[in-house]
Design a protein around this ligand. Structure first.
Ligand code: NAD
Length: 291
């Protein structure tokens, strides 16, 4: 017979007066020197890689990292024209070193070669932002498997391939790093009315992948976190402008997010400002998922 007796919560013995006095005495005196908490957000000397950084949210996040002192920004994207432009503009605007690699995040061999090249050129890789992603709207019963697989392959497997390749350098450097995944509120709830089963499943996978890697790599000082945006006004969504009014009505703030409205969160997660933060997902959705 199995013993199904549930365990009670354990209440520790009440602290004695001496315990309370010792605890108070062990607390460091508050410093009278002003602390500069804003300096924790600086990324001086760091090398950052942003996938899908040629445009949209990825580009804005690349800009954000550059704006707080990043030494070098590397854009990985399938779009050569936009990617080259992005790297050039970041270099000219923020005076950072910049590099563009035409990359399909699904291509394990090429991603590994590129990460090796980045480490050889710049000496280290400190930050990765996984923003490359695609969406399509197809009714589930009609979804061609090849199309379904493509979304999972880019959004989920691609994030893993890039992160794994970068992590090998972060581990061998011994200095750790910060990985920021761009998941989605679609990984928390199912968006409506558009049919997007592959996208929703891929983003739920990204969040759980992030948490799994955070647990495994804390020992290597690699922090993994994600941002889950709501509806943002980017090219990815402008293809479905007919749904904008419905999306706005379903969002308590009554609007879509601006392309720059995730960037401060990305700086926070990439920097020492979030030094005790790993395995966390930040939902930034104008209140959509409150309801
Ligand atoms: N826009 C939104 O409302 C929204 C909401 C939640 C999550 N997201 C996620 O944020 C990320 C960025 O979205 P966005 O709106 O900026 O999209 P976007 O389409 O403007 O940008 C995506 C970028 O990824 C690149 N890309 C696509 N496939 C690639 C591949 N196989 N390899 C390398 N690069 C590839 C594209 O060329 C493009 O530059 C995506 O992961 C998306 O799923 C967006």
């Amino acid at each position: 017979m199995t013993d199904n007796t549930a365990k009670r919560a354990v209440v520790p013995p009440a602290p004695t007066a001496q315990d309370l006095a010792d605890a108070a005495a062990s607390q460091a005196e508050p410093s009278t020197q002003p602390k500069n908490f804003m300096s924790l957000f600086r990324l001086d000397g760091k090398v950052g890689v942003v996938t899908g950084g040629a445009r949209g949210l990825g580009y804005s996040m690349a800009e954000g990292l550059c704006s707080v002192g990043l030494e070098a920004i590397i854009i990985l994207d399938v779009s050569t024209e936009l990617g080259l432009d992005a790297a050039k503009r970041l270099h000219e605007t923020y005076k950072v070193k910049s590099q563009f690699y035409k990359t399909d995040v699904r291509d394990e061999v090429s991603v590994n070669e590129i990460m090796n090249q980045i480490a050889a050129d710049f000496g280290h890789i400190d930050i990765v932002v996984n923003s490359a992603g695609v969406a399509d709207l197809v009714h589930a019963e009609e979804y061609p498997l090849e199309k379904f697989r493509r979304v999972i392959d880019i959004n989920l497997n691609g994030s893993f391939i890039v992160t794994q390749a970068a992590s090998r350098h972060m581990i061998s450097q011994g200095t750790g790093g910060s990985i920021v995944f761009i998941a989605s509120m679609s990984g928390h709830i199912v968006n409506w009315p558009q049919p997007q089963s592959a996208y929703n499943a891929s983003k739920a996978g990204v969040r759980h992948l992030m948490k799994s890697l955070a647990a495994e790599w804390a020992v290597h000082k690699i922090r993994c976190n994600s941002i889950s945006p709501g509806y943002m006004d980017t090219a990815l969504n402008r293809a479905y402008k007919g749904l904008f009014n419905e999306w706005k009505e379903r969002t308590p703030m009554g609007r879509l997010g601006d392309v720059d409205e995730l960037t401060a969160a990305c700086i926070y997660l990439a920097s020492d400002a979030s030094s005790f933060c790993t395995g966390t997902d930040m939902l930034i959705d104008g209140g959509y998922t409150i309801i």
